[in-house]
Design a protein around this ligand. Structure first.
Ligand SMILES: [Zn+2]
Length: 449
């Protein structure tokens, strides 16, 4: 069952809503925001020129850099007294990207997150352990609002506090976890050392997002926790989590809340709009936001749209799970790939854990890639025990086994991404853990190349 009626309406009805809201949004930013008025004047578009949905192509794109350039509030369209909440993305690569929400924006956000929670099968009978960070990051509060709206009881844990997370799962009987996949895997690792069997707890569902994750990571999470893992997608610039979500019945793509976020797929280099079904960069236009509406925002995320009907009954357009951001895409010796492609290989092999990092460096004029992967505790303790016993034959066997693992991984990676990489096995716990989004790439190449 869908949360709201807009999720199951006909294409014609949906397009009617979208056109009305698009026209209203363009009129609104043109009238209220001098920056937008200038941008629209520059391409010679007046609000009355938006007569069909295709007229959206006459508007220019908005980029993250443009939002940064207007730091902090110049892209806000609502007056300051109507803003009730701020969020911002971390400023690791330049100035923060700031977002301001009006009361209506918070209501819209709550609504789309209630749809995502319902999509994951969360109801008023659930206890939701919300592990997304609370604060300027949108993950914590967005999930909190949505889960409360469907009537669930929320434990506002935020990130970190790994041991206490486990205690809460045990003592409060959490039935749902909402988290980044990488942090939940970290919780599992710590719990395992404490002798916790997560499959025996009350957990039954998880709602994951905020970083690209693979289908194999989903299988690993479902197996280790005995839960059903659903994906959701969003970004702070647009609203936070809740832009799109999987339905727990099918889980073959994410339903976009397109009555609020109008999607397009473009060619990342030419900017040309691609037909439905082709892969490219996702572009979103907010058609319900008041605080800081964005026209044709380039997300840098790679996806594909589909209008195939879903067995759950929702008619919302679907997008493929995000395999990577155009920003995270590595280009090595002319070959493009995403770290998540390597992740699926690692998860299929025994004896290694999904804790890995891709290190890129330049030796002379050649780019070299090293994939550092942690071996499992079992593998490590057997090897250590053999060394202590001093059994040369067993030690030799361990060495051969490790070498074999490296060779197999190298071959699998080359099969998938097409280039030879160096594979290094490292002891468990040596790759830094994140309590938010996992860092999967360490690019040591000189900048500006
Ligand atoms: Zn569905």
């Amino acid at each position: 069952m869908a949360w709201s009626k807009e999720e199951t309406i006909s294409r014609g009805e949906m397009q009617g809503i979208q056109l009305g809201r698009l026209q209203k949004t363009v009129r609104y930013v043109y009238d209220k925001n001098p920056v937008y008025r200038k941008l629209l004047d520059a391409v010679g578009v007046k609000p009355d020129d938006i007569r069909t949905l295709d007229d959206i192509r006459r508007l220019s794109f908005t980029t993250k850099q443009q939002i940064r350039d207007q730091y902090p509030f110049n892209l806000f369209t609502a007056p300051q007294e109507d803003i009730v909440e701020f969020h911002a993305t971390s400023g690791t690569t330049g100035k923060m990207v700031v977002v301001g929400y009006t009361r209506n924006d918070i209501e819209l956000w709550t609504e789309v997150m209630a749809r995502a929670c319902t999509g994951a099968g969360i109801t008023r009978h659930d206890i939701v352990q919300n592990i997304y960070g609370y604060g300027l990051f949108t993950g914590g509060l967005g999930t909190h609002y949505g889960a409360m709206r469907v009537g669930a009881a929320v434990i506002p844990m935020s990130g970190g506090n790994t041991q206490r997370q486990i205690t809460m799962m045990q003592d409060f009987g959490s039935t749902v976890v909402t988290s980044t996949p990488s942090f939940l895997m970290h919780i599992h690792e710590v719990g395992e050392q404490m002798g916790v069997d997560f499959r025996k707890l009350s957990l039954r569902t998880g709602l994951f997002g905020a970083e690209p994750w693979s289908e194999s990571m989903r299988q690993a999470i479902e197996e280790k926790f005995g839960i059903k893992a659903c994906d959701m997608y969003g970004l702070s610039e647009i609203i936070g989590p809740g832009v799109s979500f999987e339905c727990h019945e099918v889980r073959k793509g994410l339903h976009i809340n397109e009555d609020y976020f109008y999607p397009e797929i473009i060619h990342p280099e030419t900017g040309e709009v691609l037909p439905c079904g082709e892969e490219g960069e996702l572009v979103l236009t907010t058609i319900g936001n008041e605080g800081q509406p964005l026209l044709r925002y380039r997300t840098r995320d790679v996806s594909r749209l589909s209008l195939k009907p879903c067995a759950c009954g929702r008619t919302l357009v679907m997008m493929d799970r995000i395999t990577g951001r155009t920003d995270d895409m590595l280009i090595i010796r002319g070959v493009n790939f995403f770290p998540s492609q390597i992740e699926s290989i690692i998860l299929k092999r025994q004896g290694v854990s999904p804790h890995y990092i891709v290190v890129v460096d330049r030796k002379g004029s050649m780019d070299e890639v090293e994939v550092r992967i942690e071996v499992t505790d079992d593998f490590m303790s057997k090897a250590a025990a053999d060394v202590l016993k001093g059994s040369e034959q067993e030690i030799l066997k361990d060495v051969m086994l490790a070498r074999q693992k490296v060779e197999n991984l190298k071959r699998d990676i080359k099969d998938i991404i097409g280039i030879t990489v160096k594979v290094t096995l490292v002891p468990p716990g040596t790759i830094p853990r994140s309590e938010g989004k996992a860092k999967r790439v360490d690019d040591k190449r000189p900048k500006g190349n």
